[in-house]
Design a protein around this ligand. Structure first.
Ligand code: ATP
Ligand code: FE2
Length: 329
């Protein structure tokens, strides 16, 4: 197999990343810097994040090339995340990728960030066709490939699991991010307190669980409350997975997004998958979070299997949906 090396640029939201990967799945470097100044309740300011990306782009690129022991001449294709995301942030990545492509006369590929999250898991874990649990701060979605497209089969109707955990942890007086703190505490109890459980068809609602759990703070043992809170939230996600598995007939599950680091989720999923004879894949957290290697990976696949993109095809698209992308591999 002829080696093809892709350099990927991620800049959709808070992270500016450059990753380098080849068509055997070998990652040569995966460097990133994260913009952290958030305004309370509002999330990140897109313009400020884009300035951060602009200021850090060259350094991150240089560091990635130096860690990989490669030069720009060794790179066969420049990939970047052109969708979805914050307009000003996407523009920095697109402009940077175009400049590199023009200056060094390399092919360029714009890719969808959400599809990249799914595909890097498949590349690294050698999974064939899993049902995905994509769970980060803002997102919680159950996704499966159907007819060359990734379809969202079920999702949260209010907040994502990560933000749910962070909010509740804040109410309990813990630091940010609260997810990892609750995740440790989960194992200090197995005394289940009944809490609201809300699955609507294939979708999930977390706000009832959050409101009721808040009211119990100080009235029951914190360890019991945290255990029950997380257990209920994850059980809702697993109920949707169960239905999605029987609907799609998939035999594998893969977890991606920041919450994939959760040991509690891993424990529940291990027993869930064992009972149903499903193969479980949980990739390393470094590739579950926003990073450049996943963009490089998806760019490489488009480069190998699709019509080559021209410069005019590389416009950003902040609103593009996961199911708009055709998967030809
Ligand atoms: P999005 O990509 O949806 O905008 P984000 O970038 O904030 O959100 P990620 O970086 O993918 O999301 O994930 C961060 C979230 O993961 C945080 O909310 C954090 O609390 C949660 N998290 C991290 N580690 C754990 C853990 N061990 N258990 C539970 N949650 C965790
Ligand atoms: Fe992401």
């Amino acid at each position: 197999m002829k080696k093809i090396i892709s350099l990927g640029i991620e800049s959709t939201a808070h992270t500016f990343g450059v990753g380098i990967i080849d068509n055997s799945g070998k990652i040569y470097a995966n460097v990133k810097k994260q913009y952290t100044a958030e305004t309370k309740g509002e999330g990140i300011r897109p313009y400020d994040a884009s300035v951060f990306h602009f200021q850090n782009a060259i350094d991150v690129l240089k560091q990635a090339l130096s860690e990989s022991n490669l030069t720009i001449d060794d790179i066969n294709v420049i990939s970047f995340a052109r969708s979805p995301g914050l307009g000003p942030c996407l523009s920095v990545g697109a402009t940077f990728a175009r400049s590199l492509s023009l200056k060094y006369n390399k092919p360029i590929v714009g890719v969808n960030h959400c599809v990249a999250h799914l595909e890097i898991g498949k590349t690294l874990m050698k999974a064939k066709d899993p049902l995905f649990i994509y769970t980060s701060g803002a997102n919680t979605q159950i996704i499966a490939k159907d007819n060359k497209r990734y379809k969202i089969l079920g999702e949260t109707l209010d907040i994502g699991l990560g933000n749910l955990f962070d909010s509740f942890a804040r109410d309990l007086g813990f630091g940010f991010p609260g997810g990892p703190i609750l995740d440790k505490m989960y194992f200090q109890s197995n005394n289940y307190i009944l809490l609201p459980y809300s699955v609507k068809g294939m979708d999930i609602v977390f706000s009832g669980l959050l409101t009721s759990s808040r009211k119990l703070i100080g009235k029951v043992k914190t360890e019991d409350l945290v255990y029950s809170f997380m257990h209920t939230a994850y059980a809702m996600v697993l109920e949707v997975c169960e239905r999605a598995l029987s609907y799609t007939n998939k035999k594998e599950i893969m977890v991606i997004g920041g919450v994939a680091a959760s040991k509690a989720l891993k424990e529940m999923l291990e027993s869930f998958s064992k009972q149903r004879n499903i193969k479980l894949f949980i990739p390393p957290v470094s590739v579950c979070l926003d990073n450049g290697a996943m963009i490089a990976d998806l760019g490489l696949k488009h480069f190998i299997y699709d019509k080559k993109q021209k410069m005019k095809d590389t416009v950003i698209n902040p609103e593009e949906r996961t199911d708009q992308i055709i998967i030809n591999w």
